[in-house]
Design a protein around this ligand. Structure first.
Ligand code: SF4
Length: 340
């Protein structure tokens, strides 16, 4: 039996038609699942009895359970979910003045192994299914009694290493018949898997793309992110330029400021040289300390100097307010400490 939350509207329509039912019933089914929160096919009273029986014999609603939750003083909530096979994953809900944003996880563990990131301490065990990603949104909405207005695909895992499921997940949360989260309110973040950036530029999705850059030279980036040995800056920037040319969309570069590692004025200059002329902005994030690593966060003054230098050299940038650091929910801090 399949979990019905794995279905996009289109795949459900196809299944229904192949099985002798009408395609439009998929919209009715989505309406029950996503708008009315019904978890029993026999309660879907506007679809035929035959279809209800078909659905019951082919699909389950599956579930992921909230194992623990932590609330930060700044309103951030971190959820540890237990999957049906016992693996644990995390999601983080952040309250912004523009809405509620959920950072979701795409894999159990991560193979990219960025040297500053706690999430990569657990090697990848498996990809999450579409349903396991969709249910992170549904369960958080239910627990926090909020509507998630923004989704950032930046939790544990490299989303482009689970490409097909992540694309379907985006289709589901963006669908007007499901969660209706606007494409421009969805951001996917990659460590820089070049062929997938090229593939992504061919998708007709209006979602935001963020690149975890963290260093403007190959020498430093390879020290921080092993992926740079496979896809060095020249290849990465070429693919990003292709993406911008193809989609006409602005790209975000994430840059975690690590004290005395990548936060000098020289690196700010190298970064602005690297990005000059590209439709982009830089999201500067002061590092959040992780027990296992010796990196320190850049002092506030130095972070400001770096930020001002980018602005002065014509690069749009923000110095982000970190959220949830007191519950280890900030960028790079997600990790499943608990095992069961
Ligand atoms: S930063 Fe992202 S890609 Fe890098 S190890 Fe952490 S989860 Fe994986």
């Amino acid at each position: 039996m399949k979990n019905i939350f794995n279905e996009t509207l289109e795949s459900l329509e196809n299944t229904l038609v192949e099985s002798g039912f009408k395609a439009f019933s998929a919209r009715q089914i989505f309406d029950w699942m996503y708008k009315k929160d019904i978890r029993d096919f026999y309660e879907m009273t506007n679809i035929s009895k035959d279809l209800r029986a078909f659905l019951s014999s082919h699909y389950t609603f599956g579930n992921i359970d909230i194992f623990t939750k932590q609330y930060s003083s700044d309103g951030t909530r971190k959820y540890l979910f237990k999957l049906s096979d016992g693996h644990l994953i995390e999601s983080v809900l952040m309250a912004h003045d523009y809405g509620k944003s959920l950072c979701i996880t795409t894999q159990v563990g991560c193979n990219i192994g960025c040297s500053f990131c706690a999430s990569g301490l657990l090697k990848k065990i498996r990809n999450l299914s579409v349903a396991e990603m969709v249910m992170q949104v549904l369960e958080v909405q239910k627990e926090a009694k909020v509507r998630v207005s923004h989704v950032v695909i930046m939790g544990t895992g490299e989303p482009f290493d689970n490409y097909d499921n992540v694309m379907k997940f985006i289709d589901v949360i963006n669908s007007p018949y499901a969660l209706e989260i606007g494409a421009r309110h969805i951001t996917i973040s990659t460590s820089g898997i070049v062929p997938k950036i090229v593939q992504f530029s061919e998708e007709s999705k209006q979602v935001n793309l963020a690149i975890s850059l963290h260093a403007p030279t190959n020498e430093l980036r390879s020290k921080l992110m092993k992926i740079n040995d496979v896809y060095p800056l020249e290849a990465l920037m070429k693919s990003v330029k292709q993406y911008v040319a193809k989609t006409n969309r602005r790209v975000t570069f994430e840059y975690i400021l690590l004290q005395d590692i990548n936060d000098s004025i020289e690196y700010a200059d190298a970064l602005s040289d690297l990005l000059r002329g590209l439709n982009c902005y830089v999201n500067l994030i002061r590092y959040n300390a992780v027990d296992e690593f010796s990196y320190e966060p850049t002092e506030e003054d130095s972070a400001n100097r770096f930020y001002q230098r980018l602005l002065k050299r014509g690069i749009q940038a923000t110095l982000r307010r970190e959220m949830g650091a007191d519950i280890d929910a900030a960028c790079g801090q997600l990790r499943t400490k608990k095992t069961i």
